[in-house]
Design a protein around this ligand. Structure first.
Ligand SMILES: Cc1cc2nc3c(=O)[nH]c(=O)nc-3n(C[C@H](O)[C@H](O)[C@H](O)COP(=O)(O)O)c2cc1C
Length: 231
């Protein structure tokens, strides 16, 4: 039997239980340490763990592009900011979502402040990761195609983020670089991503976190999202 080959453990993992890891892996924006370099070994370790996630037909379609060059990070962040300004002015902006509850609205405003901060500072993250998947998104191919394409990438990306948290790193899943067709194309051109066979799924900063304590977030009660037998 072939044993999985993991690269040597990078930095010491934090002492977190599985439940703590699952409940405290947040979208980290204001607590990214922009000044501390992230060693390549730490990223490779997270990729190794992410590769244990499931993918359609066991095809391992997920790919990561790690951007560390300052000029490229700046260019990625500029595309992000252009799309973000457009988004901020739209009714769907995170700060305009009404959750019809004082506590939830207050949390929503905090998240909006955090999202605004990331838009202004994304270029400062020592690493910007672009997660991609083999396969070309075709809007007219139906829900099964979209479910397979994005469903083969999302578990691995989230596993990467959980692994990153385990090693003291923060991430925040974003899609702003794909908000408009021109942003998607500019991002792909910048990173030389072959769009005829690869789809970009998520852009996220990777940096050590300022402090390692994070709390579970306010979320709906399980019964609010659970249906039994039929919808
Ligand atoms: C598909 C997807 C797209 C997202 N896009 C963005 C984004 O463009 N910018 C951003 O700041 N956060 C983005 N987020 C992060 C969400 O805002 C975040 O997961 C949510 O507010 C919950 O945050 P928490 O886990 O820290 O509580 C995205 C998350 C997902 C899953």
């Amino acid at each position: 039997m072939i044993e999985p080959a993991f690269p040597p453990p990078a930095p010491e993992p934090l002492a977190l239980s599985a439940e703590e890891l699952l409940t405290t892996t947040r979208a980290v924006r204001k607590r990214l340490d922009f000044d501390r370099p992230v060693p390549r070994e730490a990223l490779e370790r997270c990729v190794a763990l992410a590769l244990q996630a499931p993918s359609g037909s066991n095809r391992w379609a997920l790919q990561f592009v790690f951007v560390t060059e300052p000029a490229r990070r700046q260019a990625l962040a500029e595309i992000y900011r252009g799309a973000y300004a457009h988004y901020q002015a739209s009714p769907g902006y995170i700060g305009k979502v009404d959750k019809h509850d004082g506590t939830r609205n207050a949390q929503q405003q905090r998240t909006a402040g955090s999202a605004d901060f990331l838009a202004e500072n994304l270029h400062r993250a020592p690493v910007i990761a672009v997660a991609c998947t083999y396969g070309r998104f075709a809007a007219d191919a139906g829900a099964g195609h979209a479910a397979g394409l994005f469903g083969s990438a999302a578990p691995g990306i989230w596993s990467f983020m959980l692994a990153a948290r385990l090693y003291g790193l923060g991430t925040a899943w974003t899609t702003m670089n794909f908000a408009r067709r021109e942003d998607t194309e500019a991002t792909a051109r910048l990173l030389e991503i072959p769009q005829d066979k690869v789809t970009m799924v998520s852009v996220f900063p990777v940096a050590y976190t300022l402090g390692t304590e994070f709390r579970p977030a306010l979320r709906p009660e399980p019964h609010e999202v659970t249906h039994w037998e039929t919808w």
